[in-house]
Design a binder for this molecule. Structure first.
Ligand code: SAM
Length: 267
């Protein structure tokens, strides 16, 4: 996977690529990264990248010319009318609150591509013509407004690169939140007793079958309590297997607001 980030502040994204698992993925040649400073494509003496919006209104917008030149410098072509975008292995993405929400499903889809070119906005955003001419996909990291696209691009990069083959072991991803349509189960490490609270007995039993069943029950319980919106999707899409459906059907009637005791206290 290759990440190409177009930004006015490359130092923000550079730091992430030099750290921890990502640094190792780069060293092993699984991930490649380059940052392009959009300001390098502003041709005037002051290297201007923004101007006031037509029609008035507060703030400034990023100018189309430096953005277009920066995108073309990394091989993003102007779109042809009727071009089938889904066939491209390289995708130009603009991070914007107006985009489609970044979910684990979208992260998985993007992680299978060869290259993501990520355009980070600043100020009040970018000239719409750049989106219309060059951008394949618009992605939002949530229903809130950040001051710039770099943090959003890093969220997208972080959510996708760890799903790229060989970056981390597949087992680590199996029971994570959102895999199989459920949140993760609660986890515990040493000490066995922390400030009088003991680790659930079943986890100390060494009985793999019971541990697996307990964890699945906890995933369902937690999802019902904290993200009930995920349950219908899991039930209707066939994402939940028979055992999960049985647990959901049993716990669903108990999952009202009265059932909000601490899950750890019940063991
Ligand atoms: N005027 C824009 C609006 O109301 O949608 C917000 C502009 S925001 C201050 C500046 C830049 O931050 C945007 O161009 C975008 O790149 C980035 N940004 C802000 N919030 C974001 C979000 N939720 N998801 C993705 N990118 C975001």
């Amino acid at each position: 996977m290759r990440y190409t980030v177009l930004t006015l502040f490359p130092e923000i994204t550079d730091a992430f690529f030099a750290t921890s698992i990502m640094a190792r993925a780069i060293e092993r040649g699984i991930v490649e990264y380059s940052a392009v400073n959009i300001r390098d494509f502003a041709l005037d003496r002051h290297r201007t990248c923004d101007d006031a919006p037509y029609g008035g209104g507060p703030g400034m917008l990023m100018l189309p010319e430096p953005l277009g030149r920066a995108l073309e410098s990394v091989g993003v072509r102007r779109r042809m009318p009727g071009e089938e975008l889904s066939l491209r292995r390289k995708r130009a993405i603009y991070l914007t609150p107006s985009g489609r929400p970044l979910t684990q499903t979208l992260a998985r889809e993007l992680s299978g591509l060869d290259e993501l070119v990520l355009l980070c906005g600043r100020y009040e955003g970018i000239d719409q013509r750049v989106v219309d001419m060059y951008i394949d996909d618009e992605v939002s990291v949530g229903d809130y407004v950040l001051s710039s696209g770099e943090v959003a691009a890093l969220a997208l990069i972080d959510a996708t690169y760890r799903l790229v083959e060989r970056v981390i072991t597949p087992e680590s991803l199996d029971e994570e939140s959102f895999s199989g349509g459920l949140l993760e189960y609660p986890q515990y490490t040493r000490p066995e007793i922390y400030d009088t609270v003991k680790v659930p007995e079943v986890l100390l039993s060494g009985h793999h079958g019971n541990i697996r069943r307990w964890r699945l029950e906890k995933r369902v319980e937690r999802t019902l309590r904290q993200r009930p919106d995920l349950i219908p999707a899991g039930m209707e899409s066939g994402l939940f297997d028979g055992e999960t459906r049985e647990i959901v059907n049993r716990l669903l009637p108990l999952s009202g607001t009265e059932h909000k005791e601490n899950e750890d206290e019940r063991d």
